[in-house]
Design a protein around this ligand. Sequence first.
Ligand SMILES: [Zn+2]
Length: 326
Amino acid sequence: MNGDICVQIIGSGHSGSTLLDMMLGGHSAVSSLGETAYLRYNTNHETESDYCTCGKRVMECPFWLAVDAELRQMLGTGDRPALPDFNIADLRVASLRDEQGRFINDINRKFPFRSRLNEATLVLGIPPLRWLAGKVSPDVAMFREIGRNLGLLYTAVRRAHGTPIIVDSTKNPGTFKNVWMESDERDIRFILLVRDGRAVTASRMRRDGYSMLRCAEVWRNEHLKRMAASATARRAKRRIVHYEDLATDPRGVLEGLCDWLGITFEEGMLDFRAESHNVGGNPMRLRKTETDITLDERWRDELTAEDLATFDDIAGRMNERLGYGA
Ligand SMILES: [Zn+2]
């Protein structure tokens, strides 16, 4: 359909992606879905972190029930709910959750279900190569199906809610590239959400107790991956948003993004606590009482001179390239 746009938000955790997702979703032409990588678990599990942001279970929420009805029609699956079995994420990742249903963040553990062939064919972005890889590797075949199915999910959301613009904040550059290569989406854009690397590493050190050395390496490598994934996606349009701008001038950032998406800014976008129906993501989406956006700059007090020197050594140049000087 004309005017249909798929927006993927890409960035580190704790860089405001949930906030941006909810703000964009406040526009009448936009449906923000949150992190669709978690939708299938959320649909099948019932811990509090699996709930839709509206406070209901996914399969009791009117927004997702309407999407499910469209999807059933598109797939011709009759009366049985479609979402719980719809392959839009690698279900093996579910074993990485703790008892409360939260995903365990362990940056030192090797991700157990990585398919190097899948990642390589995504980075290269050559369709015949990926087709061939899918013939020899069940993992690649599964990921290809996920890319196609995400496109179908976005179509079902548009049909159910009449919103031409879909926002997915899964944040993973692989998901963006997969949708770009496999789905029928024609206008795919991505927002690279960046935040001062010193703030991201300080947040990770505080939360998980890792050393600056390790956190800086992880942050730099994550950024390299994002750049590699986007390099060959020529049809996609890209926009960089700085978390610090979003926190201090949300209106300015949102007006710029609306312009880019060809829609007119709506005041409701600033009221990011209005009812929304996204899934997965940062627990802040479920905290109804947090209505202020505050710029979190704790890193300025927390990082020692030694930490800052270590960061500079490993990731200083990358940070500068993203616009964060000394
Ligand atoms: Zn809901």
